[in-house]
Structures are given as C-alpha cells and as structure tokens.
Design a protein around this ligand. Structure first.
Ligand SMILES: [Mn+2]
Length: 312
C-alpha cells in the first residue's frame, strides 16, 4: 500500500510554456504551505527563453527535468490531452489534474480534477492561494502574474475572464510590477527572438499537436511584436519538409502580432481546401491573413475542429 508521504510530482505539458512551469511551481508552494512537503514541481522538457527570463527575475530555480514519468505519482497541470503529456504517462499514477483547456482524460480517472475555462492555469493556482487565505511570497506572485499575462496576451486575449483580471490585480498588489500592459510588453519583448531562429526552431518553439477523430493537425504559435518581417518562405519550406517526412492532415504556423492583434497563418498539408471552406477564402501560396485573430485555443483550434465535424 502507498503511503501519503510518497513524492508527488507536478508536471506541465511537453514543450512547456511559462504557464506550465509557473503553475507547477506555484502548486508545489501552495501544497507545501498546506503542510504537504512531498509535492515537487518538475518539467518534462526544455523551457523557453521567457520562462528562463522570468524565473531569473524572481530568483526561483527552474523545476528539475524529468524525462520519464512512469511509476511516479503525478499531478498534471496546464494540460490533459494524452498527446501533450510527458513520456511514460501510461505507467504513471495520475492523481490530479488542474487545467484551463478542454479536457481529454480517456481512461485515466484522477481523484481530483480542477478544470475552468479561464486564461491560465496560474490563475487557478493563484485562486487556490487566495481562497485558502495563504500568503503568496513576492517571487511566487511574480511568476504566477507573468504566466497569466503571457497566456492571456496581457489580459487582451479572448480567453481572458474576470477571474484572470482579479488574480492579476491581487498578485500585482504583492509583487508590484506597476502598469500591467507596460509589464506585458516587457515580457513580450523577451519572446521577440524570432529573427534569431531558424525556420525549424520557430516552428518547434511552441507547437501543439491535436488529433480530431483521427485527423492530425500541428499548430505552432509564434507571438511577435511585428509579424511582417519573418522568413515566411523558409517556414513554409520547412513545414513541407516536415510533412514529407511525417505526413499529417495539416501543419499550421500562426504568426501572431500582439500589438496589431492579427495573424498571418502559414499552412501546408492535404486538407488546405477544407480550411479554405471554413475560412471562406482562398489560401494563396500557403498563406492567409486573419484579422482580430490571436488565440490558438479560442480561435484557430475551434475553426479546425468545426472543419472536421462538418465533414465537408
Ligand atoms: Mn496555460
């Protein structure tokens, strides 16, 4: 029989963003304040430059890398989809999930499930602290706040709800970053490294694979302060190369402009004509411009899902 003192590891998704790492760390601190010192945040993959920047700013060590979670007691944060889980999850003991995306749990039944459609998992972690009247230290407040601002694009993404805004304001009272939009732009600046990367690195920086009734789609999100000066040809060539090696239905790259709030969508794959149908427009040269589009989760993914449910 397992004792309650066995270690429990908190892990975000593969190819983690700041929210995956911050929410895991925040939940570790929360559980420790409640007296459970056997909870430990880990990561299953390399972190991105923004995560490195923010953890350094707040003097917190990035959670330890664990590339195989089999046989471990696990809390999943910031994801439930099997295709985003760490290697070895089939043989892990998944006790709990905390997430703000759609749920896909299939045959695992965790004892505790916290799912709310808000802007970030870090919002849900911050809410746990405040609801329990626990004090959040300045540094933990700083990384949770930064993660919410990253996931919600400075509280401007369509995924943002009042709870995100409330949590950001309360966290800001603790870590005092000042003006939220100015601080968000400072965070975005750290991410604006795209011109220093190869097309392959750009595609792989923040890529999500989804499987919709057997249709496989990869969507990369590239958040920029100006999306007009990227090597679109190079990215399309690389997408074609990837799809020759590993053919799937669609490979998409969203070149999102955080300031102008639009998106240049690059696309390859056999289902381009289906996408043209749902967009009601022609996709010329593997490229289409989408106004008022910034969210993969709230805008582009639902479009792709509707595309396959219509079956046209
Ligand atoms: Mn998230």
């Amino acid at each position: 029989m397992k004792t309650s003192k066995e270690n429990i590891y908190i892990v975000g998704h593969t190819n983690p963003d700041l929210d995956s790492i911050s929410s895991a760390y925040g939940y570790q601190i929360y559980m420790q304040l409640l007296g459970y010192d056997n909870y430990m945040a880990i990561r299953c993959d390399d972190v991105n430059p923004l995560t490195e920047y923010v953890f350094k700013q707040y003097n917190i060590q990035i959670p330890k890398l664990v590339t195989d979670i089999s046989q471990l007691n696990i809390v999943l944060v910031d994801h439930t989809y099997p295709e985003n889980r760490a290697y070895g999850w089939q043989h892990a003991n998944i006790l709990e999930v905390i997430d703000h995306h759609d749920v896909k749990l299939e045959d695992i039944i965790p004892k505790s499930i916290t799912i709310r459609p808000c802007g970030a998992t870090s919002t849900l972690i911050a809410e746990k602290f405040f609801n329990s009247n626990l004090n959040i230290d300045i540094n933990t407040a700083g990384i949770l706040l930064s993660a919410i601002l990253d996931d919600t694009l400075g509280l401007k993404s369509p995924t943002t709800i009042q709870l995100d805004i409330d949590m950001v304001n309360r966290l800001n009272e603790i870590c005092k970053v000042g003006d939220i939009w100015e601080y968000s732009k400072e965070l975005f600046n750290t991410k604006d490294i795209w011109n220093t990367l190869t097309p392959k690195e750009i595609i792989e920086m923040d890529i999500k694979e989804v499987d919709i009734q057997g249709n496989r789609v990869c969507i990369s999100q590239v958040e920029t302060l100006n999306n007009t000066d990227l090597n679109e040809r190079g990215i399309i060539e690389e997408l074609n190369r990837m799809n020759d090696l590993n053919p799937i239905n669609l490979r998409l790259v969203m070149l999102t402009d955080l300031i102008k709030r639009n998106c240049i969508l690059l696309v390859v794959g056999k289902d381009i004509s289906l996408l043209e149908n749902v967009l009601n427009t022609k996709i010329e040269g593997n490229r289409v411009f989408l106004n008022d589009t910034v969210s993969r989760k709230k805008q582009v993914l639902p479009l792709i899902e509707s595309m396959y449910s219509k079956g046209t």
